[in-house]
Design a protein around this ligand. Structure first.
Ligand code: ZN
Ligand code: ZN
Length: 216
């Protein structure tokens, strides 16, 4: 099912010390470097190599080893509204059974052959007394991450007109129209009603407007 596990991989755990006597317990803590792609792409995640603090409880049961505990790490990402960088402490719960390959027939209700195959795909196994926590840890951490991280609960986001971060500029607003446009708009209106001749186009900067005036 998978390549031989490497006991030097910090996310591979050895169950030999725990043994196979049902009820045996082992508690352990371990700090591991976060593997690659530990998060939600481009939103938030644990940067590769950042420490993930594991606090685990290994319990020997008939069919394998029940692993439970927590993983703590600091995720980094950006606010989905204002794009400011942010970091979040995350705590993920872990609970998974790693089965012995030879435990299938012991105490397990006999399942339909079809169900059995499907079941095996989802199950995680102990290989030569070792198990790999990485897929379990990855799922748990991703689940614990905020899908829509915000720098603050009420982040106002960015100004839709100029893109300034609203939290940085309390009271930021624009007059209905940008002053430069307002000037042009005033001009256009003047031209449109065609009655006012007090406006002079002295520098030829608005030939279009002048033409328009004449066409009317
Ligand atoms: Zn924000
Ligand atoms: Zn603005």
């Amino acid at each position: 099912m998978n390549a031989r596990l490497d006991h030097r991989n910090p996310l591979v755990f050895d169950t030999h010390e725990l043994g196979r006597r049902p009820g045996a317990l082992q508690r352990l803590t371990r700090s591991v470097p976060a593997p690659k792609d530990f998060g939600v792409a481009d939103v938030i995640g644990i940067p590769e190599g950042n420490p993930v603090e594991l606090s685990l409880r290994l319990e020997s049961v008939m069919e394998g080893v029940l692993v439970s505990g927590t993983a703590r790490a600091t995720a980094e990402g950006e606010c989905v509204r204002c794009l400011e960088p942010l970091s979040r402490k995350v705590e993920a719960d872990i609970q998974e059974l790693f089965s012995y390959h030879d435990a299938d027939d012991r105490g397990r209700p006999k399942a339909e052959p079809g169900d059995d195959a499907e079941d095996d795909d989802d199950r995680l196994f102990i290989e030569d007394g070792l198990f790999d926590l990485e897929p379990v840890l990855r799922d748990a951490v991703v689940l614990a991450l905020p899908m829509q991280p915000l720098c603050t609960e009420d982040c106002a986001g960015l100004c839709p007109e100029c893109g300034v971060r609203l939290a940085d500029e309390p009271g930021h607003h624009h007059d209905a129209v940008d002053p430069r446009w307002a000037a042009l708009q005033g001009l256009a209106e003047t031209v449109k009603d065609g009655e006012k001749d007090s406006i002079e186009y002295t520098d030829g900067a608005t030939p279009g407007a002048a033409d328009e005036k004449q066409e009317k």
